[in-house]
Design a protein around this ligand. Sequence first.
Ligand code: HEC
Length: 169
Amino acid sequence: MSHNDKQFATVFVVVLGALAVLAIILFFIAGSLTKEISTYKEEEIILGNIEPVGKVNIDDGSAPQTPAAPEAAAGVETAAAAAPAAAAEPLSAEQIYQKNCMACHTTGAAGAPKLGDAAAWAPRIAQGMDAIMVNVVNGINAMPPKGLCMTCSEDELKAVVDYIIVKSQ
Ligand code: HEC
């Protein structure tokens, strides 16, 4: 082998070796990069899968405090659907009566004292408001607790009872 051939062979081997080392380094860099990307994507997918169906709507205090609707308590309703209900105007005593009490107290169903039936209401009114309210809140015989208006406050129920009494004297 001539001197030139020897030199060429040496340079050739060195370049080849350098390229091999570079290839190995690139292999590991590429490996660690794709690993980071793939774990990031997996994390995103997992977070999407375990995302809660609904979120608790934390009241900022601007709307009047109303207890959560039963559907919301069951976790079925989403925050978006619950918000308008919370912001809704409070119902009047008559509206609450129409919505919750009428079914029994207008028809007399289940032996309920009918609205306007003075004879049926007189002995109940005679007990005094406090005793009546205990029965309304806790229920008595076929009268369900809170007259089934679970979102009604005690003040609202009292207003409805006043409405009934005024119409039943
Ligand atoms: C499922 C039927 C039903 C519904 C709904 C209902 N009530 Fe009654 N309620 C009754 C019955 C039955 C009685 C009589 C209970 C008894 O004394 O045996 C009664 C009794 C009452 C009394 C008299 C309590 C007492 O001390 O004698 C009040 C006041 C009253 N209801 C208010 C309401 C109001 C207000 C609502 C709606 C928010 C309501 N009720 C909804 C069935 C019902």
